[in-house]
Ligand binder design. Structure first.
Ligand code: NAD
Ligand code: ZN
Length: 380
């Protein structure tokens, strides 16, 4: 039993007081975990677009003060009542979407969209008692997606925490708790390209590059990257992308360009842009008879997907995926093992690192579109 178990912990957290304003490192109080909760010591966290999107709070309900952060690696410090499958010292990845293991989704082999712990960006409190575990001078600070990893200690529902191999370096595998697994799983679990096939990846951000990495692992022979920003191609080559198309360079729709390049269409496509035009192109560019398109990007709330039904009748398949269809607790440990046995390369996604005290630099890099992932070292 650690000396901190059962007590309030005072530690540093990066608090967002207002939309779009730099985070402030504050001393916060972190309450002990309650029933079915665990308190984690976060060692490394990284920044993902979703943190920036909700911090900017341009479209959604603003919820401040709040502690963001959801891609991270840490160690269990203490566990609350009823927790049996985690104990202090376990190495873990917190995940923005959970797995209760009891609901109809968790029991289905086909779904990872847990009814209880599915992502909810509007909830800023714990699911058990509707309270926050963070406070400053008694004033509560909101949680974010059940993880709030921009804090040296955080409290999560046990269902939002994946226990991983303790030998895995947390400064690397922390990036597997969101974007990288999403793209990787979209290809490996959903698109499932046969060996030697041709795969188109729309959008070469972190998620798209991970989808390309999945295509490389699956043994695709051609991986065609599609992005409106041609400067993405150089980076994408490291992820196995063999050809590149910028839709802006052509007068005709990109699906026609792809069909011409591939004798009628690609075998698989994975859309990682969030742009509905790209989603339609990603569907229409797959070969009739067998092509499968997978949508990953999160579209604008008013977006509508339009295509002629004939495109489906001609034996094309359209799918969507959430977190790459991985069940966080059951499946994430095996993604970490893919890294451990050198099947999956994680280092190439990590382009920057900063100490926790300089976390705002990670936001600046992402806002400028520089690099892929910036690791934030909680000790600094
Ligand atoms: P990103 O912004 O880093 O990358 C997106 C890329 O798409 C950019 O390089 C951009 O130039 C390109 N792009 C935009 N519009 C395009 C178009 N019409 N045609 C071609 N390229 C275009 O984003 P990211 O972090 O890689 O995330 C990608 C998407 O995945 C986002 O929509 C994100 O919300 C979503 N996402 C989904 C899940 C899920 O579970 N389904 C999880 C995480 C992220
Ligand atoms: Zn569930």
């Amino acid at each position: 039993m650690s000396t901190t178990a059962g007590n309030v912990i005072r530690c540093r957290a990066a608090v967002a007081w207002e939309a779009g304003k730099p985070l402030v490192i504050e001393e916060v109080e972190v309450a002990p975990p309650q029933a079915m909760e665990v308190r984690l010591k976060i060692l490394y966290t990284s920044l993902c677009h979703t943190d920036v999107y909700f911090w900017e709070a341009k479209g959604q309900n603003p919820m401040f003060p709040r502690i963001y952060g959801h891609e991270a690696g840490g160690i269990v410090e203490s566990v609350g009542e009823g927790v049996t499958d985690l104990q202090p010292g376990d190495h873990v990845l917190p995940v923005f979407t959970g797995e209760c293991k009891e609901c109809d989704h968790c029991k289905s082999e086909e779904s990872n969209m847990c009814r209880l712990l599915r992502i909810n960006t509007d909830r800023g409190v714990m699911i058990g008692d509707g309270q926050s575990r963070f406070s400053i001078n008694g004033k509560p600070i909101y949680h974010f997606v059940g993880t709030s990893t921009f804090s040296e200690y955080t409290v999560c529902h046990v269902g939002s925490v994946a226990k991983i191999n303790p030998l895995a370096p947390l400064d690397k595998v922390c990036v597997l708790s969101c974007g990288i697994s999403t793209g990787l799983g979209a290809t490996l679990n959903v698109a499932k390209p046969p060996k030697g096939s041709t795969v188109a990846i729309f959008g070469l951000g972190a998620v798209g590059l991970a989808a390309a990495e999945g295509a490389r692992i699956a043994g695709a022979s051609r991986i065609i990257g599609v992005d409106l920003n041609s400067s993405r191609f150089d980076e994408a080559k490291k992820f196995g992308v063999t050809e590149f198309i910028n839709p802006k360079d052509y007068a005709k729709p990109v699906q026609e360009v792809l069909a011409e390049m591939t004798n009628g269409g690609v075998d698989r496509s994975v859309e990682c842009t969030g742009n509905v035009t790209a989603m339609i192109s990603a569907f229409e560019c797959v070969h009739d008879g067998w092509g499968v398109a997978v949508l990953v990007g999160v579209p604008h709330k008013d977006a509508e997907f339009k295509t002629h039904p004939m495109n489906l009748l001609n034996e094309r398949t359209l799918k969507g995926t959430f977190f790459g269809n991985y069940k966080p607790r059951s499946d994430l440990p095996s993604v970490v093992e893919k890294y451990m046995n050198k099947e999956l390369e994680v280092e190439k996604f990590i382009t920057h690192s900063v100490p926790f005290s300089e976390i705002n630099k990670a936001f600046d890099l992402m806002l400028k579109g520089e690099g892929i992932r910036c690791i934030i070292n909680m000790e600094g």
